[in-house]
Design a protein around this ligand. Sequence first.
Ligand SMILES: Cc1cc2nc3c(=O)[nH]c(=O)nc-3n(C[C@H](O)[C@H](O)[C@H](O)COP(=O)(O)O)c2cc1C
Length: 500
Amino acid sequence: MVGTGLPEERATSTPKRKAEHLRINLEEDVSAKGVTTGFENFRFVPRALPQIDLSQVSTQTELFGRTLGAPVFISCMTGGVAEAQAINIQLAQTAQHFRLAVGLGSGRVLLEHPEVLPTFDIRPYAPDCLIFGNLGAIQLNKGVTVDQCRGLIDLLRADALVLHLNALQEALQPEGDTEFAGLLEKIEQLCRQIDVPVIAKEVGWGIAPDDVRALIDAGVAAVDVAGAGGTSWSEVERHRMNGAVRGRAAAAFADWGLPTAEAVRLARRAAPDATIFASGGIRSGMDVAKALALGANMVGSAGPFLRAAAQGGRVSYQLAEEYIDVLRTTMFCVGADTVEAFRRNPRITPPASRGVDISISQLDFDTPTTDFVDITDTVASAVDASGIRNGFAQIYSQHTTAAIRINENEPLLMADFKRLLDRLSPGDGAYDHDQLELRVGIGPDEPRNGQAHCQHLLLSSSESVPVIDGRLSLGRWQRIFLVELDAPRRRQVTVEVVGI
Ligand SMILES: Cc1cc2nc3c(=O)[nH]c(=O)nc-3n(C[C@H](O)[C@H](O)[C@H](O)COP(=O)(O)O)c2cc1C
């Protein structure tokens, strides 16, 4: 094995962690438990008469202006430790042979220790491939600058930068970075200033459609949903935990995440024109084909390529060959001679007898003094994220002095509403509820809010709105209001979406 240039004594905790990750991924069972990718629920509808020759079928595709042999990439994994170098070379050679795209592990260690470059430097082995550099997005909140990202891309001679989002992993790591506030804005700044495509990915728990859209709006060139059902990073971290309590905490997340098949379907729906990658639990050529049929432009696989590369170059070639071969055969059997035709007419059936889904979101609002707070957009986002296309949404206030009402958002009308409520239940009215001395079991800070309760009785705790084609079916002027009838405070509103 070629030297890393990183003397043992100078190794930081980052390389040590990377080495542990490699060992654990190769030696332990790190698969998600209790959650699957969901691809097993889908079936292709074959064509007995494909009306094309197998020899006509081409798996070639275009990405970022480059032609690839197949819409397949080896997802980001490693670099920075001695063991990584041979693995990265094998993966690069495999990618080059089949003209696939290939990702590298997080380049953070490279920013700190440029001398480990040889463990990442795969360009000589994959001269014609798209190479993805990689960095934890959280590093942008830890002081990594746009210039450093450019430097990383230059060092690696990479074609795109993958930013990974791994909030749960960071939360489980004793040394994790968990300051995620304001990260989207940093990603947006980076996308504006760097001149290679930026790809945002998860690490195996999925990116929900509201975040997909936020990332696309922030300017990323592609989103890799990297969903659940394959390598589970809570399981990986569980194997690193010394304390039993932390180990059990990690185990609690073994079935965490949005399954990959669902994540890619929802992402495509949320961002119809965006470039969407699917990864997380891709374990066969059939998974590749199903992910494409469900809306992905590119499909990635990590763990299987690591295990294959550890067994030698021939095994990783065979894995890539199987993925491409099964994809080509599937395309033939559904009558698609190009990837574009395959994606345009996917001939894939949804899960058999899909039952009614229920999605529940708890939304928090900080209300001002008695007022009508327009919460329509936040409710609409919750409905969107539910993935439910048709049914209804119930918007429910869990309070007796804050109501939910639908009406028009027109400032003068708001004043009319308030006057109406005050006429029916005036502020200077006599409310028994406010005679605290007559009540039992109340605390010293009990508010005198009889008026707010009585006004609430005139309104309602909830409204129901039809959901049609994934959207709240409100009339032209209708808006949903949280009506604060008491003092400013944090209010909880439940949005329950029921449908299919
Ligand atoms: C050993 C190993 C190291 C990884 N390191 C990174 C990394 O540095 N950056 C990253 O974005 N993802 C990393 N991943 C996550 C993968 O890219 C991928 O999202 C995840 O493993 C799920 O895909 P899979 O089920 O095909 O393994 C790593 C995965 C493995 C197996």
